[in-house]
Design a protein around this ligand. Structure first.
Ligand code: FMN
Length: 328
């Protein structure tokens, strides 16, 4: 599998409904789940925590943990459930995650990480990949990162997603950790240059197709988080310019298909707002963006919004489409 462009795992964002919606826009990007802790995956209600729609594929499960037995069990569960990849989170800096010994603090424990990866690889046949930062706290050093990667490579890992900024484990919130440490793409390029046999995917601050093209000259793949969640239709540019796909769905076609999904899901007990909240950015940067957001918040964001409220949504979409066509 080649993850040329992927949508980053994002807690509270990339749940199964968001992924279904994103897949309506792009057939070709790789999708990731939110991070799931090993204990939840093993002991929780899998139909809620891990279930997905086959339409979402190709899909990776991201897991957080540092207990090799638990991690290997989750890798097997992921494979059995039909996920295409299992990814270990070695980049999250939150306090809670550190307390549970997973995420970015594991960059300090390369031997433990290598053991975990080795056990995961032994228990499943799907690719085991790692998502990490380029450093932590005062350590932003090529040799440290390269050694860390080589340890994981020796354990059998071949694909690395590198968020091109270090994690500050004390003193910054997770949100600040996504913006304050400086991006250092050169470090990622250098890792690829030093390890041409590894698949290196670059992540962090990428927002334009031109940037994707430039990164792809020096890395194997690009992962994008916020720019896609905030502006999901950006994926159409990715389809056109990166994957060279000529036919692409209009926003109207996307909403029509989403409504069919919404109706099916609502009949199964899903709340309308749990699906529609992911569509807030559909008109990002376009005429009608305000109308769209207002319509959603007035009709579809309340906890008890019912499907009937969705009936007029196509009128908003059609008006927006007309307004944008007249303007273009
Ligand atoms: C709301 C939010 C939640 C996130 N949750 C996760 C997560 O569960 N696992 C993970 O590895 N990274 C998580 N991240 C980090 C993203 O995967 C990504 O590395 C980061 O946003 C940088 O990429 P971007 O600049 O393209 O957004 C999260 C980021 C955001 C904004």
């Amino acid at each position: 599998m080649k993850n040329t462009v992927s949508v980053a795992p994002m807690m509270d964002c990339t749940d199964r409904h968001a992924r279904f919606f994103l897949r309506l826009i792009s057939r070709n990007v790789m999708l990731y789940s939110e991070m799931v802790a090993t204990k939840s995956a093993i002991h929780g209600d899998r139909s809620k925590i891990l279930a997905f729609n086959t339409e979402e594929k190709p899909l990776a499960l991201q897991v957080g943990g540092s207990d090799k037995r638990e991690l290997s069990e989750v890798a097997k569960i992921a494979e059995d459930m039909g996920y295409d990849e299992i990814n270990i989170n070695l980049g999250c800096p939150s306090k809670k995650v550190q307390k549970n010994m997973f995420g970015a603090c594991l960059m300090k424990k390369p031997d433990l990480v290598a053991e975990c990866i080795s056990e995961m690889i032994n228990s499943c046949k799907i690719p085991v990949t790692a998502k990490t930062r380029i450093g932590f706290d005062d350590t932003e050093d090529f040799h440290y990162l390269n050694k860390f990667i080589l340890k994981m490579k020796a354990a059998g890992c071949k694909t690395f997603i590198l968020h091109a900024r270090k994690a500050i484990l004390k003193g910054l919130s997770p949100k600040q950790n996504l913006n304050i440490p400086k991006l250092n793409y050169e470090m990622v390029y250098k890792i690829k240059k030093e390890n041409p046999d590894l698949e290196i995917i670059i992540n962090g601050g990428i927002t334009k197709t031109e940037e994707i093209k430039n990164h792809l000259k020096l890395c194997d793949g690009v992962m994008i988080g916020r720019a896609i969640y905030q502006n999901p239709y950006f994926l159409i540019d990715v389809e056109k310019e990166i994957f060279k796909i000529k036919n692409h769905p209009s926003r109207e076609e996307i909403v029509e298909k989403l409504l069919q999904y919404l109706e099916k899901e609502v009949n199964l007990g899903t709340k309308v707002n749990h699906i529609m909240r992911h569509t807030v950015g559909l008109y990002h940067g376009k005429i009608g963006s305000k109308n769209w957001k207002r319509y959603l918040s007035d009709n579809m964001m309340a906890r008890d919004s019912d499907f009937q409220k969705a009936k007029h949504i196509m009128t908003i979409v059609q008006n927006n489409e007309k307004a944008n066509q007249t303007n273009s």
